[in-house]
Design a protein around this ligand. Sequence first.
Ligand code: FAD
Length: 405
Amino acid sequence: MNTLSTAASANNTEFGGRMFVYEVVGLRQNQASDRANYSIRKSGSVFITVAYNRMNEEMRRIARLGGKILSIKPLVSPAEFIPQGSVLATETAPASSPEVPQEAPAKAPKKEKRDVPVNTYRPNKPFVGKCLSNEELVREGGEGTVRHLTFDLEGSDLHYLEGQSIGIIPDGEDKNGKPHKLRLYSIASTRHGDRGDDKTVSLCVRQLEYKDPKTGEKIQGVCSTFLCNLKPGDDLKITGPVGKEMLLPEDPESNVIMMATGTGIAPFRAYLWRMFKETHEDYKFKGKAWLFFGVAYTPNILYKEELEALQAEFPDQFRITYAISREQKNADGSKVYIQSRIAEHADEVWEWIQDEKTHTYICGLKGMEGGIDEGLSGAAGKFGITWSDYQKQLKKADRWHVETY
Ligand SMILES: Cc1cc2nc3c(=O)[nH]c(=O)nc-3n(C[C@H](O)[C@H](O)[C@H](O)COP(=O)(O)OP(=O)(O)OC[C@H]3O[C@@H](n4cnc5c(N)ncnc54)[C@H](O)[C@@H]3O)c2cc1C
């Protein structure tokens, strides 16, 4: 086994203290690689140990040398990690060095440890709240109906966190004469509610409408129509809250990438209000936030004015990138979806994602993950990384969160 030095460990910062092993194939043997002093086998993988603070640089160098990174793993112990007979290029001290961590990259705090309220109200005993307001969010020229609804929770024990959902049981009965089942909706307000008094909850609901594929008859969704038709003062049955997948990281220094389609904006509205609009003693957001928002038409950009006002007020911390599929076109004439925007900003998105303080959230239409994976495969591929492997590590580290429906 060859052990070479590619960088000085003296460069390490507090993050640089973490070491990672890149499994690389296809490194060209040429003048540049010779200068880099890699030991390259004719076939098989090269394992390069890299300090956290040199990861981007090393990826670029590997890409320049024609290499493809098959995986990136935290260095636990070289003997355990690297297959026998493989070539190792390293910049590390021996595994026993205090600089080499024995654990995986820093994970977000375990969700179980948080005080997360769940199922305060169950379907057999829902809380009966009142509709306080019901406002249209789609502007003139847009497609369909999406409403911002606020409900009064006065007299209930219902408390929730940003990123959770509540259940709604619509009035009436199903075709078998039984009460309707509940439907879940992402909460669009912060834990303090739109009025800031901890006594309301808001939703962002699209009225489901489609044509029966057999009869052509127009069909309206039961619960979404019930909600969209509510008037101030009407009662409704609320259950929950539920969900731990989409909780906002507690660390105010986290970076947050949000990818939404349509009503998938709901939890992100809650995050952004908590980060930028409200003031808290115990949470002052110091990270960066980037919202990718996909809609069909400009008038379908939900909460547009409020989002852009926040962006104007916090230009160094909050960024919005729209993908407006029926209006914008890629250079090849195809429609612009979120993945097109990811591809366009591949280098930056990739840089954000690699930062261990970054959490990525996806919310909205089922199926949107496919396109996002495609976009990120391209972004990661530019640096010779296999996205699916990398994504698995992000999930393990609790930095990849998806809620689609
Ligand atoms: C965790 C979670 C969070 C959610 N958050 C939100 C949210 O924030 N906002 C929101 O608006 N929704 C949200 N939803 C979706 C919501 O729960 C309901 O599924 C949605 O409102 C439709 O319910 P409905 O009662 O109106 O429709 P239903 O009457 O239940 O009809 C739905 C059924 O209609 C059929 N159908 C639908 N479209 C078609 C079609 N094009 N062709 C043929 N058949 C079709 C399907 O069989 C489907 O199951 C969320 C779902 C989950 C699981």
